[in-house]
Design a protein around this ligand. Sequence first.
Ligand SMILES: [Zn+2]
Length: 304
Amino acid sequence: MLHTISIHFVFAFSFINFFVSVFVINYYFCGQINCKMKAKITMLGTGNALVTKCYNTCFVISTEEGNLLTDAGGGNGVLVQLEKAGIDYRSLNAMFLTHAHTDHLLGALWIVRMISTAINRGEYKGIFNIYSHSHLCGLLKMMVTEMLPKKIASEVGKGILINEIGDGEAFEAIGAHFTAFSIHSTKLEQFGYRMEYGDLKLACLGDEPYNEKCADYVKGVDWMLCEAFCLYDDRDRFHPYEKHHSTAKDAGEIASTLDVKNILLYHTEEKTLDTRKERYTAEAKLGFSGRVEVPYDLETVELE
Ligand SMILES: [Zn+2]
């Protein structure tokens, strides 16, 4: 009897010991040393619509689960940028399209073309998901049908899904939770998104100035991705406000009022590329104490 009890006791003790050890190891290595899920952003382009010395603004967000492309620039230059960045287009799992202006949308047709071809060759794994608002989705479907060979277009609806999302609607991609939202554009319907991945919170505001109706999506994020057409100092030279854009100074001030931790600026003019990183950063920092990134094309920033 005593023997059975002691065997039960030893078993129970070992069992508890095992779980305590697992918990301690997890806490030590994951909590203390940091095995947080990692994410990074690779800028394929950082320029505005008319640039020729850099590529139009588009970028890849990479997590441990995959790669999401946001916008695709104005043409098949997106394929060149992906190649230069060392990102195989077949490793893209999803694409978010903010709006239908040429400098954001036309490259998407090339992405669809390449991925569809890869699917036909058996070189692409899984489903490629595209997300945008209904107007753009309709436009993209029409472009695919009218402008791509039938065999390639026929993958849409099968291996490539064009998903219409509404304002405030959520979706899951690359292991992260996304919420799309209207940026309340004054020019053309445009969506941004909030992304949550582990502890990381990020907001992408597309290519127009921040609208306070978006506050709930942006407040307190770790990273705010937003346009800065030029420096406030250069406003008389580049006329950002007349073009419905804003400046590095504006971005810093907005980030500060929204308790954002870090900002990344893009969609800029290209006349001051040589000094852009230094001068834009300095101007944004006038009203903002967080980290400011003004990346070059092909630069990667760890989203910490
Ligand atoms: Zn644009």
